[in-house]
Design a protein around this ligand. Structure first.
Ligand code: ATP
Ligand code: MG
Length: 128
């Protein structure tokens, strides 16, 4: 007998002004199931993950994890329930093999030195 869905997404919609990035999306993930999401650039994949993880506020819809509504909770509360997203930017940790407490200063340094931080501080990008 299939297990109950642990993640349920219903009618999930996100509009950025006049652009509808995610339109009435619905799907379920059962415990232990691996579900892939495919689509062309701009299809709304990252926006969907950001909505589920709480990084973006949804325009409309429902997201339930283990039966409880998580849409509208801040990201740290959603993470505390066991839901979070990972990022495509894996370069800063490719050289790391150690303890998590050693990684924190490394990530802090990367955050300080990444191009946006330099722009924020009015510095020019390093010449390569
Ligand atoms: N913060 C934002 N503000 C305005 N528009 C956004 C924002 N984030 C995403 N969009 C727009 O929403 C649409 C969906 O973008 P999204 O990044 O979710 O697509 P994607 O499927 O992850 O694409 P890719 O395969 O390139 O990663 C795009 O038209 C994008 O320009
Ligand atoms: Mg994306």
């Amino acid at each position: 007998m299939p297990s109950a869905a642990i993640l349920e997404v219903r009618g999930l919609t996100k509009r950025f002004g006049g652009l509808t990035a995610v339109s009435s999306l619905g799907f379920e993930v059962r415990e232990g199931e691996i579900l892939g999401m495919i689509g062309p650039n701009g299809a709304g994949k990252s926006t969907t993950f950001n909505l589920i993880a709480g990084t973006y506020a949804a325009t409309q819809g429902e997201v339930r994890f283990a039966g409880e509504q998580i849409l509208g909770l801040p990201p740290h509360r959603i993470a505390a329930r066991g839901v979070m997203r990972t990022f495509q930017h894996n370069r800063p940790i490719t050289f790391w093999s150690g303890r998590i407490r050693d990684l924190l200063p490394v990530s802090g340094r990367w955050w300080e030195e990444e191009p946006c931080a330099r722009r924020r501080k009015g510095e020019s990008a390093p010449q390569s």
